[in-house]
Design a protein around this ligand. Structure first.
Ligand code: ASN
Length: 342
């Protein structure tokens, strides 16, 4: 029996056309997208298609869209062996990370892909990305899908979604996974790096956790930041967690007013999550004197999480209505292969 893969179109450059009046790119409908890639019919698997009612530029994605996407997967989970999600590149790593936290007991591949140039463009990267994503999603071994996690496929490389970040607005080679090896690559052969794949607990049944809470903030610090700005961010209403992108291994300026503010806000219940603004490497609170304050207030360490995974993990865990103590324990635990510790 042929493997069945469902293609879900959400929008993004891959399906855009140029509006010649304004010279901007706009999403167009799914049938037109498929007409541009007749090669799809040559792939040796059965392909189903579905689409967002109104495809969007991924800059407009929100947690509501993640719910729609997860529902589409849930409704089709039993009928299909794998899923390929066509998505804009700008926020692909966010949506893919969010899905990785929402899906429990996943036993099938969910592969996000997109392109830097529209599918109708002569030099488009869309065809290779789409066709190879379908190939990866259809791989089977001993009657089971070979990959059972949420991935991003782009420009010959397969990545774990929640380890991936968009690092080029220009190159076809737009994504990287700075702290985790590639899961696979496409050359003359399709290669899967088995040792890097996530082994899903086979006992856990598939389910989706839709609970999310977006009352969080993200603060990237820089030398000489204004006190008023920091105070206004930390005092904003409806803020339950603040991710601070600190220097190096989690270091920050040591002004007394700043330390006092951290102490006060954390006593008031604000959860502080500390990430590094370095592209690679991890947070090590207490390694330098300049990160001692985070240890003192019992801040949560983001270790080597990408910004995208960190934001999505925060949204997911805030949605669970757990205590700050449980939040810290779960946040510092590897839930979906997103995090490593020394
Ligand atoms: N703005 C586009 C999007 O994310 C960029 C792309 O897909 N290359 O929807």
């Amino acid at each position: 029996m042929k493997t069945k893969v469902l293609l879900i179109y959400t929008g993004g450059t891959i399906g855009m056309v140029k509006d010649y009046e304004t010279q901007t790119l706009k999403p167009f409908d799914f049938d037109n997208l498929l007409k541009q890639i007749p090669e799809i019919s040559l792939i040796d698997c059965e392909i189903g298609f579905t689409s967002f009612k109104d495809p969007i530029d991924s800059s407009d994605m929100s947690s509501d869209h993640w719910v729609i996407l997860a529902k589409m997967i849930e409704e089709n989970y039993e009928q299909y062996d794998g899923f390929v999600i066509l998505h804009g590149t700008d926020t692909m790593a966010y949506s893919a990370s969010a899905l990785s936290f929402m899906l429990n007991g996943l036993k099938k591949p969910i592969i996000f892909t997109g392109s830097q140039l529209p599918v109708g463009d002569l030099r488009t990267d869309a065809k290779e990305n789409l066709i190879t994503s379908i190939h990866f999603a259809s791989l089977h071994e001993n009657g089971r899908p070979k990959i059972s996690e949420v991935c991003i496929y782009f420009e010959y490389k397969l990545f774990r979604a929640n380890r991936t970040t968009k690092m080029s607005a220009e190159n076809f080679d737009a994504f990287s996974s700075p702290d985790y090896p590639e899961l696979g690559e496409s050359g003359i052969h399709l290669v899967v790096h088995e040792h890097a794949l996530r082994k899903e607990d086979s006992e856990q049944p598939f389910s989706i956790n839709y609970a999310m809470n977006t009352e969080l903030g993200l603060l990237k610090i820089f030398p000489g930041m204004q006190r008023e700005f920091i105070e206004s961010i930390m005092n904003s209403s409806n803020l339950k967690a603040l991710i601070i992108e600190a220097f190096g291994s989690g270091n920050i300026f040591s002004f007394e007013w700043f330390k006092d503010l951290l102490r006060k806000k954390s006593q008031d219940g604000l959860i502080f999550i500390i990430n590094t603004q370095c592209a690679a490497g991890m947070v090590e609170l207490g390694r330098y004197e300049t990160s001692e304050i985070f240890k003192e207030i019992n801040a949560v360490s983001g270790y080597d999480l990408t910004t995208e995974a960190s934001v999505c993990k925060t949204i997911h865990l805030l949605g669970q209505g757990i205590s700050s103590h449980e939040f810290k324990i779960l946040y510092e635990t590897d839930l979906r292969g997103e995090l490593s510790k020394k």
